[in-house]
Structure formats: C-alpha cells, structure tokens
Design a protein around this ligand. Structure first.
Ligand code: PNS
Length: 166
C-alpha cells in the first residue's frame, strides 16, 4: 500500500491544508494526517480539538486518517508503514525552511522521502497564524477556514458567534 504522512501543527486546519490533503488523497492509497503533540508555538486548540476538527473536515475522504504524533517525525512515519512525508509549499518563502527540514529528515532516515505539493494559488497567502490574527482583530475568515473551524475559533477566542452578530 502506498501510504503518505502529512504532518503539521494544524492550529487550526485551513482550506490551504485541506487542499493539500485532497491532492495527496488523490495520489496515495492512504494519507495519514499527523498532528504534532507539542507544536513550537503556543496553540489555540488542544491536541484533541485539532485532531477532531481535521476529522470533521475530511469526512468526505475515505482514505484519509488523522492521528497524533510525538518525537521524531521520521520514526513516526516508519511506524506507520509509510515511506513518504507530504509537505505543502505555498511560496518561495516556505522553501528554505522546508528544504532544511527535508534534508534533516533524510539524514535521520534515508528511506523516507519528502514530497512537496504546491498549494492552489488561491491559498498561497494563507497560514493558520494569520487566520487567527485576522479573526482576533475582527476580520473575515470565511473563505479561509471551514465554517466549523471558524465557529470553534470564535469560541476559543471568546468572540461572539457570527449568528449573534447579525
Ligand atoms: O505545521 P508546522 O508547524 O509547520 O509543522 C512542523 C512539523 C510538525 C512538521 C515539524 O515541526 C516536525 O516535523 N516536528 C516533529 C519533530 C521532528 O521530527 N523534528 C525534526 C524535523 S527536521
């Protein structure tokens, strides 16, 4: 079975992530979305909330599974029986850091390949941190995250729900 792992913080999952998940699910037999247990940044959502939101947003993709992982990514990928790490690239600015991580992961385990997928152009400016900042400051995130994600973000940030604003 051709299985790939798509790792990340997903705090929260955005339409940009979902675009990559859909593209990967069309190419691989199984795509495991792997949520890192301790993201470097201070997360808005708990691990279980991040996992739950991705599960809800990928229900239409039968070959996508969602789990959590801790420790070295390449070790997790090997335990999953996968050989490929999927990474999304939005712009050239992503490249340097992703290149560094891909080479470090290869150094740690040369059997695992990193495969970069280009996100759709319409999501090339999108990031979880920008979405959080925009919503926190009263901006509109409608086309950037699924409605359930926006609802949960509003709740976590202590913002009024959209319905109560109308
Ligand atoms: O969504 P993010 O925050 O850009 O994802 C980063 C992630 C989780 C892919 C990266 O931090 C990672 O792989 N963490 C696991 C620990 C590890 O293996 N570190 C060495 C990577 S070279």
């Amino acid at each position: 079975m051709n299985k790939a792992v798509y790792p990340g913080s997903f705090d929260p999952v955005t339409y940009g992530h979902l675009d990559i998940i859909e593209r990967a699910a069309a190419v691989f037999d199984e795509v495991n979305v792997a949520v890192v247990v301790n993201p470097s940044k201070n997360p808005l959502f708990s691990l279980s909330e991040r996992v739950e939101l991705i599960r809800m947003c990928t229900q239409h993709l039968p070959n996508v599974t969602v789990s959590q992982f801790e420790g070295l990514l390449v070790n997790y990928v090997e335990r999953q029986g996968a050989r490929v790490i999927i990474k999304g690239l939005r712009a050239i600015s992503d490249f340097e850091y992703e290149f560094q991580m891909a080479l470090m992961n290869r150094k740690q385990n040369p059997r695992i390949e990193t495969l970069f997928m280009m996100t759709s152009g319409k999501y090339s400016y999108l990031s979880s941190s920008l979405v959080k900042e925009v919503l926190r400051l009263g901006g509109c995130v409608r086309d950037l995250v699924p409605p359930i994600v926006e609802k949960r973000m509003r709740r976590s940030l202590g913002l009024p729900s959209e319905d109560s604003e109308a």
